[in-house]
Design a protein around this ligand. Structure first.
Ligand code: FBP
Length: 303
């Protein structure tokens, strides 16, 4: 596999990483239809944990089967498939070597009242299953945020020492944040920046709104406003990730029209984001519709 100059440049940003971790990052960056471009589309399927099986899969019952999800990511030509331990184990032999995988090593569920996640996978599991990376969620703003960050610190150190990459889902939530605060531009940039500070190779955040929530940040944003359009907000998040020297991808969210999602993807692309991590909008559609939407998303990033 010859790396493209773009991928070589991206790898050069990760100055401390060993050859194993760089190889695994390269695997993700070189896979699929966007391979070599520095852009990525990833299929994440941990919603069974986060939202429960019926809310996740009843719209398209084929998606109850982990093999369907692996195959969807492969057929769509994606860069990687991310999932918790059970579904990765359920397809690990059949799909070995077919697509890079990211083992989600912590998980929450809708039956909990606390903003925390349990550790549900290990670095050893990721190695045993041939994964390229571990995936870890932090909730900046939660009562448990510091424990989550400490858990990430430990697991990231272990993952990097054995040559795995680290993907961090950074989702602000907790007592001081209302629904607006969870996706306001200042908090979203703060959450993305903290993931970079914690040593993430790939940072995953939600698209931000124009709101500014943190009282202490309002003066600064008034003095240096972010232009009021989606591309400028994505560019602001990218800048918060070491001036664009960390890979940042944005989540797809609840199912919505293809047009609405594609408009957002065009803004991510224009703002210099590295791609999309699209779960429900992919696996809750029928396979032909999902393949069409994912092909359209990829075409935006290829343009
Ligand atoms: P979606 O594209 O389905 O939004 O998936 C991205 C993701 O981060 C999943 O990994 C996670 O399960 C889900 O979003 C959490 O969504 P929410 O914060 O809306 O519960």
């Amino acid at each position: 596999m010859m790396l493209t100059p773009k991928v070589r440049e991206i790898l050069s940003w990760y100055e401390s990483d060993n050859p194993g971790t760089k190889t695994n990052l390269a695997r993700i960056l070189m896979a699929g239809k966007l391979g070599g471009t520095g852009r990525m589309v990833i299929l994440p399927v941990d919603q069974g944990f986060e939202h429960g099986p019926a809310r996740s899969f009843s719209a398209n019952p084929d998606a109850y089967n982990p093999h369907y999800l692996f195959q969807l990511a492969i057929d769509a030509g994606l860069n990687a498939y991310a999932a918790p331990l059970g579904p990765i184990e359920a397809g690990a032999a059949t799909f070995a070597g077919c697509i890079p995988t990211i083992l989600k090593v912590n998980s929450s569920n809708s039956l909990s009242t606390t903003k925390d996640q349990a550790i549900t996978g290990s670095v050893g599991d990721a190695l045993r299953l041939g994964c390229s990376a571990i995936g870890f969620t932090i909730y900046p703003g939660s009562e448990y945020q510091f424990e989550m960050m400490e858990e990430l610190r430990e697991m990231a150190e272990e993952a990097k020492s054995v040559g795995l990459a680290v993907v961090v889902w950074s989702y602000p939530r907790g007592p001081m944040l209302d629904k607006v605060g969870e996706t306001s531009i200042d908090i979203a940039a703060y959450a993305a920046h903290m993931a970079a500070l914690l040593g993430a190779h790939i940072i995953k955040v939600k698209p931000a709104t124009r709101d500014i929530s943190l009282e202490a940040a309002k003066k600064v944003y008034a003095a240096s406003p972010v232009e009021d359009n989606a591309a400028a907000r994505f560019a602001h998040i990218v800048r918060a990730c070491f001036g664009g020297r960390r890979l940042v991808v944005f989540s797809g969210g609840e199912q919505r029209t293809a047009d609405a999602l594609l408009e957002e993807v065009r803004a991510i692309h224009a703002g210099g984001g590295n791609g999309s991590i699209v779960g429900r909008n992919a696996f809750q559609r029928s396979k032909p519709d999902a393949l069409k939407l994912l092909a359209d998303i990829i075409a935006v990033y290829q343009s």
